[in-house]
Design a protein around this ligand. Structure first.
Ligand SMILES: Cc1ncc(COP(=O)(O)O)c(C=O)c1O
Length: 379
């Protein structure tokens, strides 16, 4: 989740400068047509995302959290409804569900830290309005099974792909394999705009809803100035600025570099550890975005030693275990009903055995090899 911010440089600055040199400092994505010339940076960024990821429509917004909320709104999620998501997660999905007035229903995780399709069969009710599957830490979840289930039950599927931008399944980008895909571009993500996110869909009707809802419900009538382009549906302000998009335009051009450099470091570790350690499973025909290498250590004392070692060598551990409170529903009693917290107890036993090593571009491949050899002595 980190590489984008590690390689931010004058290229991003140059893209921002264009707003001032070519577009008279228009920082807003909408209107000001004469003043801005033909420069629309957010629209340009959306086109690049659409092309790079193979999604027909893309709507950029102010954050990944906002994108999830907009997705739920577009599906008509309202008070009294239920939305199913998973215990290993980020609180944004839960917040978006409760912001729509709905109840978060929580699945456990399987031994590879993903949403088990079997749990969905148990938790689905007449009130279930959507399922949010989260591809955690750069690895693909069992998207094919979940997708099949959702199709059979006619329940819309949202793919929260905030943590796995660039990862694929059967050659297709994660985030494009469901009704709505969600990306985050916050400062800890694969590519960053500081804050920001987007929704991906192939459905024109949904796209038009995103477009209107994120911008106060404007009708967006062609040729009508914004000031008199009324709204006829409630919306909100979840707009992205031109400044964010300018950074994104530069970052997306670095995505292939980020993925290939991350992969080299990931494989260097994997090659050394694979015969001695249980590595989190990469599902057949899926490719991670290689930004985190995750492995299991059953022994508590060994785990403690390994975490201490990783902190000492300046790598740290990502989410597992360092930020587990931000990534595990067991700790979100303020937002989740007690009857759902109990579904997380089995996940706790699985999650606490895993260690997540962040792949940083500023650390060399040699550094990762050395770390892996040291880890072998501690395992
Ligand atoms: C899985 C997941 N979903 C959603 C989000 C929310 O994204 P943002 O920070 O852009 O609101 C994050 C961010 O950490 C995340 O990891």
């Amino acid at each position: 989740m980190v590489p984008g911010n590690e390689i931010i440089n004058s290229k991003e600055l140059n893209e921002i400068k264009k707003i001032f040199t070519k577009s008279d400092g228009v920082l807003f994505a909408h209107g000001f047509d004469k003043r801005r010339g033909k420069i629309f940076r957010v629209r340009e960024f959306e086109k690049k995302i659409s092309k790079s990821f193979g999604s027909k429509y893309v709507q950029c917004v102010s954050s990944g959290t906002a994108a999830i909320k907009i997705a739920l709104k577009s599906l008509g999620v309202k008070p009294g409804d239920e939305v199913i998501t998973q215990s290993f997660n980020f609180i944004a999905t839960i917040e978006a569900i409760i912001d729509c007035g709905a109840k978060p229903i929580i699945t456990g995780i399987n031994n590879d830290l993903n949403m088990p399709v079997e749990d969905l069969s148990k938790l689905i009710t007449k009130k279930t309005k959507a399922i949010i599957l989260v591809h955690m830490l750069g690895y693909s979840a069992e998207i094919d099974k979940i997708q099949k289930f959702c199709k059979q039950k006619k329940i819309p599927l949202i793919e929260d792909n905030c943590e796995a931008v660039g990862a694929t399944f059967k050659g297709k980008q994660l985030g494009t394999l469901s009704d709505i895909g969600i990306f985050s571009f916050d400062f800890g993500k694969t590519i960053t705009t500081g804050e920001g996110g987007c929704l991906l869909t192939n459905n024109k009707k949904k796209f038009l809803y995103f477009k209107r809802y994120h911008d106060h419900g404007h009708k967006l009538l062609k040729g009508i100035p914004r000031g008199i382009d009324n709204a006829d549906m409630p919306g909100f302000n979840y707009r992205m600025t031109e400044l964010q998009a300018a950074v994104g335009i530069s970052q997306i051009q670095k995505l292939n570099f980020i993925l290939s450099e991350s992969k080299k470091r990931f494989l260097a570790m994997e090659n050394i550890l694979k015969d001695k350690v249980y590595l989190r499973k990469i599902y057949k025909r899926s490719k991670p975005n290689y930004d985190t290498l995750i492995f299991k250590v059953d022994n508590y004392k060994k785990r403690k030693k390994i975490v201490k070692y990783l902190n000492n060598v300046g790598i740290g551990t990502k989410n597992l275990p360092d930020a587990i409170k931000w990534h595990f529903a067991f700790f979100w009693k303020h937002a989740i009903a007690n009857d759902q917290i109990k579904n997380t107890l089995a996940s706790k036993k699985i999650l606490e055995k895993f260690i997540a090593v962040p792949i940083l571009l500023k650390k060399s491949i040699k550094h990762y090899e050395k770390i892996s050899l040291d880890l072998l002595k501690l395992i």
